[in-house]
Write a protein that binds this ligand. Structure first.
Ligand SMILES: [Zn+2]
Length: 453
């Protein structure tokens, strides 16, 4: 059974879905006002791996991740650039999905947009005001943090210490420094929607409450995001749902920070200042492998070296995939059951992906040894294990060599014929010719395989 670290419990605990075999997940998505950064890439990959693993393990997973398409930062950018805010959100959303597609992050089953849920948010805020959990001020409507007994659960801090540590922000009409805005009254020129408290827009913390409960229902299974969302964002989502008499997420999962060259996201990595640059300048799978090689709750340091190292490891995986698929009988084997058992045990242990990826490369090594010995029967189940596990982790292996010109393929065939006729001088000359053209030729039991260097 899968065990996950639940932030609300502060401990690793069995993950028990509301309905066995069905998993409902909500992961807070991006605010679309600029290009995604490396931290966005990490949470997307972490929860994509969890989703894929749960699916692989036989669950029917419903994955919801929202698009925040109205927010102070969007309005600020629109005003600074004198552009329509909707043009910014549309373009940034397209950029977001291009980066996600490059990373092979599966698209959500639902990607609700905040602007499509304003009416439902207004209704929720109205109920919270009626119940005395929220109050109107001159600039909006605020949630009163003391309306929920265990406010501070996800912050892992009692309300008193949160109050003491809170920055005193905004207006002094707030009843407590921890209280947060549910509705912001519009200033002239800002986008706005109607409400009983005047035209305005929702605060960021309300949209996920309404969207998750609408699409997944009360008591949904898992709510996730980066560690920086646990407090205040998730704390505030949970407080609103509870104050509205709803049952919210059963399990809370948060992933660790991303550092770039040892500093907290402040420095750029060579020419990489965001996720779009990264997927253009490196094999996008390298970031997935980097994420898999660390435990999801640990910080990761993204460096040029670590990405290049991941690319080299992927080359080894791809080369193995090509070799294994070229040997008759190997590709059709069933995965080694021990290997799958070990994979499952690692993943069920709070997603120990470093162990799982270690297992993957160990299987490659063992299968290569068997192939070197010409033992296709032993290599088959190990190779099939590699394909199965890589697939479950979302690592697409490239079995097709990048296209090789017909001329080079013809040289390789001619070289095979020369070798068969024991014309070694001719075979060597053809190999040199192939190498000079930028390709390598590998001899396998099924004949020569040519690929770009
Ligand atoms: Zn959220």
């Amino acid at each position: 059974m899968l065990q996950l670290f639940d932030t609300a419990k502060g401990a690793v605990a069995p993950f028990e879905p509301r309905e066995p075999g069905k998993v409902s997940m909500y992961v807070c998505g991006p605010t679309v006002y600029g290009p995604p950064h490396l931290g966005h890439g990490r949470f997307s990959l972490v929860f994509d791996v969890l989703r894929r693993y749960l699916t692989w393990a036989g669950n029917d997973v419903t994955y919801v991740s929202n698009i925040t398409d109205i927010d102070d930062k969007i309005i600020q950018r629109a005003q600074a650039e004198d552009r329509d805010w909707r043009e910014i959100t549309r373009r940034c959303e397209a950029v977001w999905y291009r980066a996600m597609d490059a990373l092979d992050v599966r698209r959500p089953d639902h990607d609700p947009h905040a602007t499509a849920y304003v009416e439902q948010m207004v209704a929720l805020i109205g109920r919270l005001v009626d119940r005395g959990a929220a109050y109107e001020t001159s600039d909006g409507v605020y949630f009163h943090s003391e309306a929920v007994d265990d406010y501070g659960l996800l912050a892992r801090q009692p309300l008193d210490s949160l109050k003491a540590g809170a920055r005193v922000e905004g207006i002094d009409e707030k009843r407590s420094p921890v209280d947060f805005a549910l509705w912001k009254k519009a200033k002239p020129g800002e986008p706005h929607w109607p409400s009983p408290w005047g035209d305005g827009r929702p605060g960021w913390h309300t949209e996920c409450v309404v969207m998750s409960l609408d699409l997944l229902g009360d008591d949904f299974d898992l709510h996730g995001g980066g560690q920086d969302l646990a407090f205040p964002h998730h704390e505030n989502e949970r407080a609103q749902a509870l104050a509205d008499g709803r049952r919210f997420a059963r399990t809370w999962v948060h992933n660790g920070f991303v550092e770039v060259e040892g500093t907290k996201m402040s420095k750029s990595l060579g020419n990489v200042s965001n996720l779009v640059d990264l997927v253009e300048q490196y094999d996008p799978r390298a970031y997935r492998l980097l994420v898999l090689r660390s435990h999801y709750r640990s910080p990761i340091d993204v460096t040029d070296d670590s990405l290049r190292d991941a690319e080299a490891a992927l080359d080894r995986l791809d080369a193995f995939a090509r070799r294994a698929t070229s040997v008759e009988g190997v590709a059709a084997a069933s995965p080694d059951p021990d290997a799958l058992g070990q994979f499952r045990a690692a993943m069920d242990d709070d997603l120990q992906t470093p162990t799982a990826t270690g297992l993957l490369f160990d299987l490659v090594r063992r299968a290569n040894v068997a192939l070197d010995a010409g033992d296709a029967a032993a290599a088959g189940p190990l190779a099939a294990g590699v394909f199965e596990i890589a697939g479950a982790l979302g690592l697409a292996l490239r079995t097709e060599a990048a296209s090789v010109p017909d001329e080079v393929v013809a040289w390789a065939a001619e070289r095979d014929a020369a070798r068969a006729g024991k014309d070694w001088a001719r075979a060597d000359a053809l190999r040199d010719q192939i190498t000079a053209a930028g390709y390598v030729v590998e001899d396998t039991p099924a004949g020569a395989v040519v690929r770009p260097t």
